[in-house]
Design a protein around this ligand. Structure first.
Ligand code: FMN
Length: 182
């Protein structure tokens, strides 16, 4: 994913910076703020840290697997923690799963809209058996990890999504720093 985004002409021209924000590294507990995020009254250091991370970007690509026909709880939780940090910013959605994770995308879209994001109409789906590189992985091992390795058509869709995202950022008069997932 990082390689695909880094190949985007705007990234190569230095017009945008694309950074990975990995929720596994954020280690957010299940939401424990006493005040709803819309009030911006954060009581915990982990929320303030997460707020600083998200506030730094002008746009996002949410990269997520599909879990039981929806988004993983860790992603919903991370979104729920904040409000103003998401509001008004463009978002792209990229899902992966056995058949591409489209059901997760359909759930994620209204969640992002609810926190005020401008969600791009098209999302990208990657199939675990078609758009991942499993080289060196033991496929009989359920803990084996593949790497996102989109085929040419999917890579083109990702590039198109980044182009649209950039256009939305520019239209909103922001700088351009889309954050990508892995
Ligand atoms: C709890 C759970 C539920 C899952 N449900 C689905 C599902 O509904 N559809 C699907 O295509 N894949 C499903 N999968 C497979 C995941 O999409 C796949 O294992 C993916 O690689 C997980 O990504 P991660 O390792 O980044 O969490 C599920 C996996 C888990 C752990």
């Amino acid at each position: 994913m990082a390689e695909t985004t880094a190949r985007h002409p705007a990234a190569r021209a230095g017009e945008v910076t694309v950074e990975l924000v990995d929720l596994a590294e954020q280690r957010l507990p299940m939401l424990d703020e006493p005040v709803p995020a819309r009030f911006g009254d954060y009581r915990h250091d982990h929320t303030r840290r997460w707020s600083t991370v998200v506030a730094a970007y002008d746009a996002y690509v949410f990269v997520t697997p599909e879990y039981n026909s929806s988004v993983p709880a860790v992603l919903k939780n991370a979104i729920d923690y904040l409000d103003a940090e998401w509001r008004g910013k463009p978002a792209g959605v990229l899902t992966y799963g056995v058949r591409g994770g489209g059901r997760a995308a359909e759930h994620l879209r209204p969640i992002l809209a609810e926190v005020g994001m401008e969600v791009l109409p098209a999302h990208v789906e990657l199939g675990l058996f078609t758009d991942f590189d499993w080289t060196g992985a033991d496929r009989s091992d359920p803990t084996a990890d593949g790497r996102i390795s989109p085929g040419e058509d999917r890579a083109a869709m990702i590039t198109a999504m980044l182009t649209e995202l950039l256009a939305a950022v520019r239209a909103a008069g922001r700088d351009a720093v889309p954050a990508g997932g892995r």
